[in-house]
Design a protein. Structure first.
Ligand SMILES: [Zn+2]
Length: 130
């Protein structure tokens, strides 16, 4: 799976980010990360690594908004047709693709966040017994 040269080992952070972006278990790179759209599989089917222990929380949503906002929305505002066309044309022509792009980006960003958390070995605190 590694495309890196054999002489220089990849850092765990790059490995975790890459595997997370590909929706793969950050520990082995073979098992799938999600059981549904954004629902993380509790345990990797390939290596048995516990995947639900990484506290991604609001990080993926934050980074997705940051990425889409800076790379798509802000440059879009420089196109004159955004300001000149009818709002009834501009709103669906921009909001629907933006919503789809955001929904496609969010699982990849969440995978990357989980991969980064795996690389720095940051896990959820153990639940205290009630
Ligand atoms: Zn695995």
């Amino acid at each position: 799976m590694s495309a890196m040269s054999e002489s220089q080992p990849a850092s765990p952070m790059l490995i975790g980010l890459k595997r997370g972006l590909m929706h793969r278990c950050p520990n082995c790179g073979d098992g799938r990360l999600y059981m549904r759209y954004l629902k993380v599989d509790p345990e990797c089917e390939a290596c048995g690594h516990e995947l639900a222990c990484y506290p991604a929380d609001d990080g993926p949503a934050y980074f997705t908004i940051l990425l889409i906002g800076h790379l798509v929305v802000a440059p879009l505002l420089f196109f004159p047709w955004i300001w000149q066309a009818s709002p009834f044309v501009v709103a669906p022509a921009t909001l629907i693709p933006l919503a789809l792009l955001t929904l496609l980006t969010l699982p990849r960003v969440k995978g990357a966040v989980i991969g980064a958390l795996w690389a720095i070995r940051l896990r959820k605190a153990e639940d205290t017994p009630a």
